[in-house]
Design a protein around this ligand. Structure first.
Ligand SMILES: Cc1ncc(COP(=O)(O)O)c(C=O)c1O
Length: 362
């Protein structure tokens, strides 16, 4: 039985292997491994792709969030409203700054943070709202930006989704190797059209300095490596094709009838399917069947952030975010990558069909 991985990153980089090797040689010969020409060129090309005035390459997506919060001078005594159904780094960055993450529930249809609940969680200490474009689906930015506080878009999972990074004050990305736009290692980006704020992020990422002579802020050392920037410039030329490939594979799951068996992620034109995350009360049986058939699957945020041990001091109890907790108990992903073969998708659907059948007869 052939294995079907959850994501096949090699299928994405293999066609551009020769270009990557040429970039490696270029960086090696150039001898400038930090803050070299590819780093600055990638920042410009990424900003142009996103449709914002500028971007700053940083070491990873978590640092990108911390740097942004620091640049906005968000710290002790401040609150930032964010979802609890997201990767830990979203709230970790807020707590790392000594500010308070305030969790809003998710919309059960989009799985993104519910703007009505965000509105209900805003207080006079709220300094920002941090939505996540979860699994590649844009959050409801019109409703969120209308609420007033600065919106920091955690766009780690959504590079290239239409409109991303243009409505919030500033946005952050991760280039972790399974992301839609990925590096061959860690990497991250901060993007914005607020050039003064970006300049502050740039300085903070260089120890709070412009020139390594005067150090104006206590900062960080967090930069995108030259080599990763060189690779990312190649991948950036592929991202639109890859995102379209993800949409094609997602539509095919629907055509193959997966939606008759489990609840599919609801489609919308801007969804770029970083992951294909379904819901079912039979989640555990389906996952077991997939794993037995050597098919990759995962669950997400099974312990949502408001119930994480490290954030217990915030005082949330089980039941405080009902939709978040429900989706945490029901979600699972099936394999998806750009160009995923039809036969592999057919096999996934067949396995889910028999698992659901078995569960119904049990
Ligand atoms: C929503 C979200 N925010 C932040 C991060 C952090 O990014 P990184 O792993 O590059 O630090 C990730 C991914 O890992 C993520 O999925």
């Amino acid at each position: 039985m052939q294995q079907i991985p959850l994501v096949d990153v090699k299928a994405q980089w293999s066609p551009v292997r020769a270009e990557l090797e040429a970039r490696f040689a270029d960086v090696l010969d150039g001898g400038q491994f930090v803050r070299g020409p590819h780093y600055y060129a990638f920042e410009q090309e990424a900003a142009a792709h996103l449709g914002v005035k500028g971007s700053i390459g940083v070491a990873n997506g978590t640092d990108a969030l911390v740097l942004v919060l620091d640049a906005l001078e968000i710290g002790p005594g401040d609150e930032v409203v964010c979802p609890a159904f997201t990767f830990y780094a979203t709230a970790e960055s807020i707590a790392r700054r000594g500010a308070t993450p305030v969790f809003a529930d998710v919309d059960p249809v989009t799985l993104n943070v519910d703007p009505e609940d965000v509105a209900a969680k805003i207080t006079d200490r709220t300094r920002a709202i941090m939505p996540v474009h979860l699994f590649g689906r844009p959050a409801q930015m019109d409703a969120l930006t209308a609420l007033g506080p600065d919106v920091i878009e955690d766009a780690a999972q959504a590079f290239g989704a239409p409109g991303i990074a243009r409505q919030g004050r500033i946005s952050t990305f991760s280039f972790y190797p399974t992301k839609n736009l990925f590096a061959l290692g860690d990497g991250g980006l901060v993007a914005s059209s607020d050039e003064a704020l970006l300049e502050r992020v740039r300085m903070l990422s260089f120890h709070g300095s412009r020139d390594k002579v005067d150090f104006d802020f206590v900062g960080y050392n967090s930069r995108l490596d030259e080599l990763q920037a060189a690779f990312l410039r190649v991948f950036l030329t592929k991202i639109d094709e890859w995102n379209e490939g993800r949409r094609v594979a997602a539509a095919r799951y629907a055509e193959l009838g997966l939606g008759d068996l489990v609840e599919l992620p609801q489609d919308e034109p801007g969804h770029i399917y970083h992951l294909f995350v379904c819901r079912s009360p039979e989640r555990d049986a389906i996952r077991k069947a997939l794993l037995d058939a050597k098919i990759g699957t995962a669950t997400y945020y099974v312990t949502p952030l408001h119930l994480q041990p490290s954030l217990r001091f915030l005082g949330y109890e089980p039941g405080s975010l009902p939709e978040t907790e429900r989706v945490a108990g029901e979600n699972f992903s099936v394999p998806l990558w750009p160009g995923m073969p039809v036969e592999a998708q057919e096999r996934v659907v067949d396995v889910v069909r028999s698992a659901v059948g078995v569960a119904a007869n049990a």
